[in-house]
Design a protein around this ligand. Sequence first.
Ligand SMILES: *[C@@H]1O[C@H](CO)[C@@H](O)[C@H](O)[C@H]1NC(C)=O
Ligand SMILES: *[C@@H]1O[C@H](CO)[C@@H](O)[C@H](O)[C@H]1NC(C)=O
Ligand SMILES: *[C@@H]1O[C@H](CO)[C@@H](O)[C@H](O)[C@H]1NC(C)=O
Length: 345
Amino acid sequence: MDVFILSLFLLTIRGVSAQTVIEPQNTVVLKGSQARFNCSINQAQTGMIWLLNGRLVVTIQQTEVKISNSRFAVTNLTSPGSYKWEFIINNVVRGDTGQVTCQILDEVAQISTLSVQERGSVVIIDGNQTATEGVQKTFQCQAVGWYPEPTVSWSVNGVGVNTCNNNSVAQGNVFNTNCTLTVTAAKSSSVQCLAKVPAMSTPDSNTVFLTVETYPYSTAAYKRTTEVPKASTRDQTILIAVTVAFSAAALLFLLIVLIIICCRRKREKSSYEEEVRRAQLQAQHRSRARGDGHGHDNRGYARDGHYGDNYNGGVWHTNQSNKHQRAYPMDDYNGPRNHRHLTMV
Ligand SMILES: *[C@@H]1O[C@H](CO)[C@@H](O)[C@H](O)[C@H]1NC(C)=O
Ligand SMILES: *[C@@H]1O[C@H](CO)[C@@H](O)[C@H](O)[C@H]1NC(C)=O
Ligand SMILES: *[C@@H]1O[C@H](CO)[C@@H](O)[C@H](O)[C@H]1NC(C)=O
């Protein structure tokens, strides 16, 4: 009896004081991130092994550590009275999902569960939208490439309004979800679609803007105008009436002016033709009476013009030729002249 009690006591002591502990018991991480586990025992020990889904991945001995894959790592956290190691899985893949086992020599193996989830994308495919007040608008959110099925929800101006349930479609080993939100345009708002899997502490989201336009004759706006003081409505009506009246008057004035100009031109044209005819007749009479004097005037005019051209050109050309023999013609002549000289040579 005493022996039995003693052995029970010893067993209890051993159970309490020297139990292998793995932490945490469950881990949910996102693909590509890191998973960490601690394994410890409150007594001096010399060896530990780690298994991932039954495969031996880490062997720790008194003086050496063997690791099967560069994605895995261990940290020695041993302190006096506690034999402790941390096992780290980097760049976690979906295939790592399963059991992580720690076993200390001569002790019972301890198991932790690892779940690997996937974060996809979330997009409101309609983008920003504009709507008339009172009109219904639909937004479609697409969450693509998630595992497991994401929780997709909507919020308008930061207030949760709707959650989509179980409308995911599996594509390979991930899920795609479509979620639709219909809103009645009341005021300009931000519309946000959120997607989340348990491994994420905060959801991913996409935000677009709904711009609500108020038109004076939309029913919703009409209802509103009846509430505001009538004076403003009357003012608007008067303003419109005045604008229309002024526009009409201006148009009429323009039309009258155009008609007047048209008539006057026609009259001027006919009177001008008459004058020309009269002048021709007079000229004929005069030439018959006095002979030729007209041609003399013309010849003189032509000679003057011709002479001037020759003179100016000649002088200018000579000067340019002289200067051209010098080194720097540009010092003495302004731009336009120099330019003309170049085109002539
Ligand atoms: C393991 O223990 C150390 C302290 O000893 C702590 O800093 C670390 O966060 C623990 N890791 C896990 C996965 O609990
Ligand atoms: C782990 O750390 C303890 C305490 O610092 C040390 O005694 C032990 O040798 C280390 N183990 C290995 C394998 O480095
Ligand atoms: C929506 O509008 C906001 C600002 O008004 C702008 O920053 C954003 O790029 C727009 N989004 C799209 C998809 O056009």
